[in-house]
Design a protein around this ligand. Structure first.
Ligand SMILES: Cc1cc2nc3c(=O)[nH]c(=O)nc-3n(C[C@H](O)[C@H](O)[C@H](O)COP(=O)(O)OP(=O)(O)OC[C@H]3O[C@@H](n4cnc5c(N)ncnc54)[C@H](O)[C@@H]3O)c2cc1C
Ligand code: SF4
Length: 525
């Protein structure tokens, strides 16, 4: 904290400081909280601007508010001064600039500080607020990520493509994670992706998830009174997500003790009766900053090192790659490409989001499960998001703006910096290949290979045309045909486009006709 000279006493005293904590900045270990500063007020508020920028799943709003409230209480218990505004508080002006200005005036604040936000929208807003304040202001690091905002941009400067793999290797070396020596990876390989593709068929047994039963009744009443629009529900009003640091640590321990041993193997698996498989469900705890990525990776790597005879390197590397690689990479891409990124629609996709995205009512079993689960639990794992829902959205050429809004609202962990790069970039190829080198599209073949959705589906995964044919099969060829001009110079699409060229004209016509029916009447399928 800045010290100012007190001319009356000729000594030094602390400047009276206001520090803003956003809802996703619940970092208990931030250096702000090391000492109890008597001249410092922490400001936290539940605000309409955050509940209303998109319609959110009710579990997401409740989880953030619960986590914020617990965080504020913990700070107060440690002796910090916290000024907290609940959503319905009469004194809550619902406007960030007003709230900050008023708190400054009422408390004769001399300095305003905030942690760098992760979202572009908030970054702009806070810069603007600071410009209009007539006191000293400062933005400090949120002390959460491994990388700084522009580290990825600097790393790739002058390079043609932004390959995640080279970023990931740099990160492993720089931070000494899973390294046998300075330049050699543990296990002799950087990437065990090839062994992370098993289908789960009932074995090994999946331990019961580490859920919680947090009574959400009171907050639900508050949301209703405030008139906040949400969707989805909370079964029996019991929220099952971690909303304190202690809860988050329990989820991490559960992952290390029970799930890590098979994480990599079944990372891409899909199953009708298993929503979580061996996934960690740590994204909300990390994105709200209750846990740092470093402590998650350290704990996971330590567990591996202590149990090398039981846990294979491929299980651990798969997990480390997601956090040290993909998570940091997406953040770097976001700061490199925003704000333009949010407007990209390189494939010119314009179709509307089908109604069944809001109900889960479709005869397509894979979508029924993946979307139904998203609506019920505010969660779907990566392959459900990418190769089931995202795959369908891209093949049916839905407008990425609509897709983004849906993903941003539905998932417990959805914050723009990591949602938009995954959705618009990795999943919808709307960025023209900044994140992915080729579009993630597939026919029913992939979905059938990775799980059991096709087994009891109304449609036949082996059929391409006709009433019983799986819609993914015709949509796949239709998409390739529609976008062949766009992808003609993409080497990674060469094989697919060659197969398209060889397709019998009559057959292609039939496939396209069927795909067109699906696209025009998605809710009939
Ligand atoms: C279309 C689409 C949208 C997505 N939207 C989000 C989002 O809004 N927020 C979000 O946190 N993740 C998002 N992801 C990434 C990933 O699906 C989720 O992080 C993951 O499913 C969360 O569940 P988990 O904690 O059980 O993950 P695990 O499978 O256990 O993985 C561990 C951790 O790795 C990180 N991770 C894994 N994959 C990615 C990735 N592609 N990008 C960034 N971090 C990753 C997450 O922090 C996750 O908690 C999205 C992926 C896709 C394909
Ligand atoms: S047959 Fe097609 S629609 Fe049905 S589950 Fe398989 S991929 Fe999905």
């Amino acid at each position: 904290m800045i010290q100012k000279k007190n001319t009356k006493t000729n000594g030094f005293e602390l400047m009276k400081t206001l520090r803003l904590i956003l809802g996703d900045q619940l970092n208990h270990k931030h250096s702000w909280f090391k000492n109890k500063e008597s001249n410092c007020i922490y400001l936290m508020a539940e605000m309409r601007q955050e509940t209303d920028y998109v319609i959110h799943h009710v579990q997401k709003v409740v989880a953030f508010f619960m986590a914020m409230r617990s965080f504020a209480e913990e700070l107060q218990d440690k002796g910090h001064t916290v000024s907290y505004f609940k959503i319905n508080a009469k004194e809550n002006p619902q406007e960030l600039s007003k709230l900050i200005q008023r708190t400054i005036t009422e408390n004769q604040i001399e300095k305003f500080e905030y942690q760098l936000p992760d979202e572009y929208r908030l970054d702009q807003q806070l810069k603007e607020i600071c410009q209009n304040l007539d006191i000293e202001t400062a933005a400090v690091d949120s002390e959460h990520f491994y990388t700084e905002r522009h580290e990825l941009a600097n790393f790739f400067e002058g390079k043609k493509s932004l390959l995640m793999e080279s970023f990931y290797r740099m990160m492993r070396k720089k931070h000494g994670v899973l390294m046998a020596s300075n330049s050699n990876p543990e296990g002799g390989k950087w990437n065990f992706d090839q062994s992370n593709r098993k289908k789960w068929q009932g074995n090994p047994e999946i331990p019961h998830e580490r859920g919680f039963r947090k009574d959400a009744s009171a907050i639900l009443v508050e949301l209703e009174e405030a008139g906040i629009e949400t969707f989805g529900n909370i079964p029996n009003n019991n929220l099952s997500w971690p909303t304190t640091r202690a809860d988050s640590l329990q989820v991490l321990n559960h992952f290390c003790d029970e799930l890590l041993v098979h994480f990599g193997d079944y990372q891409d698996a899909l199953h009708t009766s298993q929503k979580y498989l061996f996934h960690s469900r740590l994204s909300f705890a990390m994105n709200s900053k209750m846990l740092s990525p470093k402590e998650v990776i350290d704990k996971v790597v330590d567990t591996y090192l202590e149990n090398k005879n039981q846990i294979d390197i491929s299980q651990v590397e798969g997990f480390v790659r997601q956090i040290l690689g993909w998570r940091e990479y997406m953040r770097g891409i976001y700061w490199k490409e925003m704000p333009n990124y949010a407007t990209l629609n390189k494939l010119n996709n314009t179709n509307k989001l089908p109604e069944f995205f809001w109900t889960g009512k479709t005869k397509m079993n894979c979508l029924k499960h993946a979307i139904g689960q998203s609506l019920d639990d505010a969660y779907a794992h990566h392959i459900q998001r990418l190769m089931v829902i995202g795959n369908y959205a891209l093949l049916t050429q839905i407008n990425p703006d609509e897709i983004d809004k849906w993903y941003l609202g539905v998932y417990i962990d959805a914050l723009e910096w990591v949602e938009i790069t995954n959705t618009r970039g990795m999943s919808q190829f709307a960025d023209g290949g900044i994140v992915a080198t080729k579009p993630y599209v597939s026919s029913a073949n992939y979905i059938n290979k990775m799980g059991n959705y096709c087994k009891n589906c109304y449609y036949k995964h082996t059929q391409k045309t006709g009433e019983a044919a799986c819609p993914f099969n015709s949509l796949y060829w239709h998409f390739l045909d529609e976008k062949k001009e766009y992808f003609k110079d993409n080497q990674r699409m060469g094989m697919m486009l060659n197969l398209l060229k060889k397709k019998d004209a009559k057959e292609l016509e039939q496939l396209k006709e069927r795909a067109q029916q699906v696209i025009e009447n998605p809710d009939n399928f």
